[in-house]
Design a binder for this molecule. Sequence first.
Ligand code: NAP
Ligand code: GLV
Length: 308
Amino acid sequence: MAFVYKGAARRGAVWSDAFARRMPQLPFRTWPDVGDAREVRFLATWQAPEDLAQTFPNLEVLFSVGAGVDQFDLSALPAEVRVVRMVEPGLVACMAEYVAWAVLSLHRGAPLYLGQQRRGEWKQHSVQPASTRRVGVMGMGQLGCAALAQLRTLGFDCAGWNRSRREEPGVRCYAGEAELAEFIARTDILVCLLPLTGETRAILNTNVFDALPAGASVVNAARGGHLVEADLLAALDAGHLCAAILDVCEPEPLPRGHAFWEHPRIWLTPHVASETQDETAAAALLDNLRRYHEGLPMQGLVDRSRGY
Ligand code: NAP
Ligand code: GLV
């Protein structure tokens, strides 16, 4: 039985050390030095090898090194292979921080003032208290709930929208398609933290943008596939939306010459909203392996039929 890690060497070194200390009985191998591939029961990677089932015929668990699993072709995996996304506190904390930064920037008009500075324009706009700014987070999972908790400490009027009904202290919770319109209509700053699935692809579109209050802004820290780019540009250029902060796009990197690069009211970050943190992620992986061996449910086990 062996564990294979396929990814950045620096993380591999940290994880190899952690495995040697805490689970020495499980050989840790680093791609492409996998040894006898038939012994490999566990693979942790962002990008699986194309012929995964042939490469590791006895694979039992595929761990994503990130929170998302949309990069895997789940339909090509043998049915018995479990897929596990990364649930670890370092990744969650970084995302809460990014969302706080993005929401505060939009709340305090940072894109507006940057534009004014570039034009040499000294013009004051009224300051609105956070308690009157309605922030709405789509996706109340690990990341969405952490972001909401952080936003609450900053005093925002917070709501969340989720597939199944959630209850979060101090957060107005909406559930399912039936309550999407009501959620959108009360949202001044919309934050997307949904997984990318057949149901959520292109969810940030004209219907949603038109239903947001005039002057609303959008943050997409989930996946580029959630956003219909032309619809965002149209809503910004029509003056209905105020600004957008986008951490993700499709494809990545954003192609040269793309309209987003130069748009005065779009801020881009290059898919850095959050990142798996090597030490805390090693602890989470080892804990999941322990759970697996003891027959307990693993944290972040993906429902393959739902795609997240
Ligand atoms: P998670 O814990 O699985 O949470 C996903 C949430 O979305 C769940 O609460 C789920 O509802 C909800 N959801 C799923 N489909 C839905 C739908 N059709 N309508 C409404 N709600 C729906 O995932 P997470 O760890 O929070 O991560 C979310 C995503 O963030 C990842 O999939 C990844 O794409 C993205 N991400 C981006 C970065 C970055 O740096 N930009 C970093 C990490 C992650 P239920 O409770 O009903 O299941
Ligand atoms: C990053 O995008 C992740 O899914 O962890």
